[in-house]
Design a binder for this molecule. Structure first.
Ligand SMILES: *Cc1c(COP(=O)(O)O)cnc(C)c1O
Length: 481
């Protein structure tokens, strides 16, 4: 177990020393005015340079990441970020371009932005794209602000956004932030949107339906055409939470399904780095009737040159400085261009295959509610183990001891004790087999030695935390003895 750096401190030991000859003969007060002097020395650890280096290198090796292991994290598409993405993002022409430099001197960067918009438009079947939003949730907010501006542009006020009970928590939060009231619509026994309930809920006060398809259970909403008809007949818009497009690439398109707005998470589907709070990118796509409301500036191409149009009177305004998180856009562009159209559809085919393969291996041991062939992810329930005192998070924590990052737990909310598993296309069959084997071992432990789960993880520098206390009483201060 790695000690704290403070515990390694030895009085007087130094990592760096400075020449002091020039100070000889001066008092401290002559060198540093009194007001800048400390009364108590800073409580810094006193260690040598190599002790410092080794300490932090060892801590860095305690990290888990996509470069070290498999992330079956449902609703999050944690796929491998190919290193060519990083190489291209570091090209000086991209990494050192300044957003305020003259447009004539940044045509290459603007070309990449323009082309990425064209590509995302092709992939999604949406007429217009904005790359500005910095995350999925901000893409949703942007979409909701566009929805509001659209209805106002039609000379009407609509107050309600309808959202299924299986939705990601950011959906109601975004709708609320944009000034709408959220109305929930139920899922039916098959885990799909309840069409009868939808028809009752949607009316002339409805601004939009926010839908996730495939939904958070990994199931495709087969009645999507009927859903779109109900919503459009009421004059409302169809919003797709396209954070995870991993099951759709090259197979079907949100625009073809009838959606009017969609956001994508480049940091999920398009492999760019993800986690730790960003930066990410959550571009928005819209149908042609909504293009006037997109954030400005809008990039355009005229006579082979790229220019930015800020004269957009109906626009909702900016949602990010300059053009969004440009470095992330470069990575997504690289990823997409390297795979090409055939490669992208292979991504989705393999993601769906991986999820169904893993589901088949697990379903005899972990109940799959609303069982049907899934898309890119699936949900199992640990509810049956409650009587043994085992919850979904105990299984998740135990997986850490087996060397795996845990799946998403307790989401979607409509499945009690949910474990949401997403094995992206970048994982091999051997990895999936090893994960399934660990899950089966844990299943045995639930019957034979449940205490092993309750204490887990046992193999990490940090054991099981009291998560509520850790969140409510965060204390990262070192108190010197
Ligand atoms: C991840 C996710 C979001 C939010 O994306 P962020 O980039 O984390 O803001 C929204 N909806 C779904 C379904 C997601 O999986």
């Amino acid at each position: 177990m790695e000690k704290l750096i403070f515990e390694k401190s030895v009085e007087g030991r130094r990592g760096v020393t400075f020449p002091t000859e020039a100070l000889e003969g001066f008092s401290v007060d002559q060198v540093l005015p009194k007001e800048f002097q400390r009364e108590i020395p800073l409580p810094l650890p006193e260690v040598s340079e190599n002790e410092l280096m080794r300490h932090y290198t060892r801590l860095s090796q305690d990290n888990y990441g996509v470069d070290t292991g498999f992330y079956p994290l449902g609703s999050c598409t944690m796929k491998y970020n190919p290193k060519i993405n990083e190489d291209v993002a570091r090209f000086p022409g991209f990494s050192q371009v300044h957003p305020l430099q003259p447009k004539e001197a940044s045509q290459g960067a603007l070309e990449l932005i323009y082309e990425l918009e064209q590509i995302l438009s092709e992939i999604s079947g949406m007429a217009g794209i904005s790359l500005q939003p910095a995350a999925g949730a901000q893409g949703e907010l942007t979409g909701m602000l566009i929805t509001r501006a659209y209805h106002q542009g039609q000379g009407r006020q609509r107050r309600k956004v309808v959202i299924p009970d299986s939705a990601h928590g950011t959906n109601p939060a975004s709708a609320h932030l944009a000034g709408f009231t959220v109305q929930t619509v139920r899922s039916n026994r098959n885990g799909l949107l309840d069409i009868d309930d939808l028809a009752k809920v949607v009316d002339e006060d409805t601004a939009a339906l926010m839908l996730t398809n495939p939904n958070t259970l990994g199931l495709f909403e087969r009645q999507i055409e009927e859903i779109v008809r109900i919503v459009h007949d009421a004059g409302a818009l169809m919003y797709l939470d396209g954070a995870n497009l991993n099951a759709l690439l090259g197979l079907t398109r949100p625009g073809d399904m009838g959606f009017d707005l969609v956001h994508f998470n480049l940091h999920k589907t398009f492999s760019t780095p993800h986690g730790g709070g960003g930066p990410g990118a959550g571009p928005v796509g819209v149908a042609s009737s909504l293009i006037p409301y997109l954030p400005f500036p809008v990039i355009q191409k005229a006579e082979g040159r790229y220019l930015l149009d800020s004269n957009r009177p109906q626009s909702i305004g900016r949602v990010h400085g300059f053009y969004g998180n440009f470095g992330i856009l470069v990575r997504a562009y690289t990823y997409i261009r390297r795979l090409g159209a055939i490669g992208l559809s292979a991504v989705s085919r393999n993601a769906i295959l991986n999820a169904n393969y893993l589901k088949k291996k697990l379903e005899a041991h972990y109940p799959v509610p609303m069982d049907r062939s899934c898309m890119h992810e699936f949900v199992v329930s640990a509810k049956a183990f409650r009587e043994k005192g085992i919850h979904a998070w105990d299984i998740a924590k135990r997986l850490i001891d087996y060397g795996f990052y845990p799946p998403t737990v307790n989401f979607p909310l409509i499945v009690p004790e949910a474990l949401m598993i997403e094995p992206p296309e970048s994982e091999s069959r051997e990895t999936l087999d090893a994960f399934a084997a660990a899950m089966l071992e844990i299943r045995k432990e639930i019957d034979q030695a449940p205490e092993k789960l309750l204490g887990a993880p046992d193999t990490c520098t940090v054991g099981r935390m009291n998560e509520v206390q850790a969140a409510k009483q965060l204390n990262v201060r070192y108190e010197p003895k």
